[in-house]
Write a protein that binds this ligand. Structure first.
Ligand SMILES: *Cc1c(COP(=O)(O)O)cnc(C)c1O
Length: 378
């Protein structure tokens, strides 16, 4: 039995991506055509992210991209600014510590987007950081941070930026060169809508320089971005590339390239979901900073997260997500990213959610599916 997955990753995978993954294989270490294919795929990703910076695809999940960024930049004793208004935000401090850096955790209210004016005040007095980590959409709460303002602000103090946009990019606008992002991390299984398994990192010239000017070697091999330097000229990869995953990823990016309304589609669907929930009397979890890729609402007092999720799964074949860490049991997350950002899929999910919430004794003051659909028929 196939579940309808409406989680904030992994997302559903289109047939042409699945077919691309089943094409005949080559030896990616020895076949010169594969080096060209890999490089062209990286160039396509860079162009979709509006950057001249080089992109590398790494064989591992999104977490590998975050760790590789921190491993490659951090030297023992380096001061690193960790912007924290969510679970992933705080989590960066662990990667910094593992590689000997000294994180300064700038913690903000988890119910709000990072206040850029407050950050600007803080930086006036405290700006001695080698780099800063920023999460674009902190998926467990869905809070969105304004990287178009945060990254240039940090850069004005010479602070390099590592941005986790795994769950936002292509559902939210990302313009790497305009925003001056030094290391941008993405993943295959969120808006990109390929299966889990790949991460990609876009690297600015300043970030390459910082890696090359290190006094101590990078304390990792698999998470060392420098091992990819000159891979094309030398026809050498640090490890055998998962070529079938990369073929699927390429097709997924070609789908995005052809999808000229991808950002407005995410914006419309997200707005309609938020309106549907609030007009029925449910409350959105954060007070502002809503990502167009995921909507997070508080579990109504009449029931529990596990009761809602179990009924959706068992009676409607639908997977929504709860959350974890400090949000365990408190919220429900509806992913509407990539292939899942389609009116038919979201309305089906809301119809099931409407039925389940009523069965569990929650009073809804409107019809979830109907309010959502009204946005597209008016
Ligand atoms: C999904 C996600 C990642 C990557 O997590 P994996 O479990 O490795 O896929 C990283 N950051 C954010 C914000 C994410 O949503």
């Amino acid at each position: 039995m196939l579940y309808q997955i409406m989680t904030p990753g992994p997302t559903q995978v289109r047939e042409n991506v699945r077919i691309a993954r089943s094409l005949p294989c080559t030896n990616p270490d020895l076949d010169p055509n594969f080096y060209t294919y890999y490089r062209e795929t990286c160039q396509l990703i860079s162009s979709l992210l509006h950057t001249k910076n080089e992109t590398l695809i790494l064989g591992g999940e999104g977490i590998l991209g975050l760790e590789a960024a921190c491993a490659s930049l951090t030297e023992p004793g380096d001061p690193v600014l960790v912007l924290d208004n969510g679970v992933f935000g705080k989590g960066f401090a662990d990667f910094v510590r593992i590689y000997g850096g000294e994180p300064y955790v700038y913690s903000c209210d988890y119910l709000h987007t990072i206040d850029v004016d407050d950050l600007a005040e803080f930086l006036k007095k405290n700006h001695d950081f080698k780099y800063a980590t920023v999460v674009h959409c902190d998926t467990p709460s869905g809070v969105l941070n304004d990287i178009s303002r945060i990254c240039p602000l940090l850069k004005s103090y010479g602070i390099l930026t590592v941005v986790d946009s795994v769950s936002a990019m292509f559902g939210e606008e990302v313009r790497v060169d305009d925003y001056q992002v030094d290391l941008l991390c993405g993943g295959s299984q969120k808006v990109v809508s390929a299966p889990p398994g790949l991460t990609f990192v876009t690297i600015s010239p300043e970030a390459w320089t910082a890696m090359k000017n290190r006094k101590s070697p990078i304390a990792s091999f698999y998470a060392n971005l420098l091992t990819f330097e000159h891979y094309y000229e030398n026809q050498w990869f640090p490890y055998t590339m998962p070529m079938s995953d990369i073929k699927g990823l390429r097709t997924a990016f070609e789908n995005i390239e052809e999808d000229s309304h991808i950002l407005s589609r995410h914006a419309q669907i997200a707005q309609a979901v938020r309106d549907a929930l609030t007009s029925c009397g449910l409350t959105l979890h954060t007070k502002d900073g809503y990502s167009n890729t995921v909507t997070v609402f508080n579990v109504p007092s009449q029931t529990t997260a596990s009761a809602i999720l179990t009924q959706l799964k068992e009676e409607h074949n639908l997977l929504l997500a709860g959350s974890f860490d400090v949000l365990e049991g408190q919220v429900i997350r509806i992913g509407h990213m990539g292939e899942n950002a389609r009116v038919e899929k979201v309305s089906k999910a809301l119809k099931a959610l409407d039925t389940v919430l009523r069965k569990l004794g929650v009073t809804l003051t409107n019809d979830l599916e109907q309010v959502f659909l009204d946005h597209f028929t008016k």
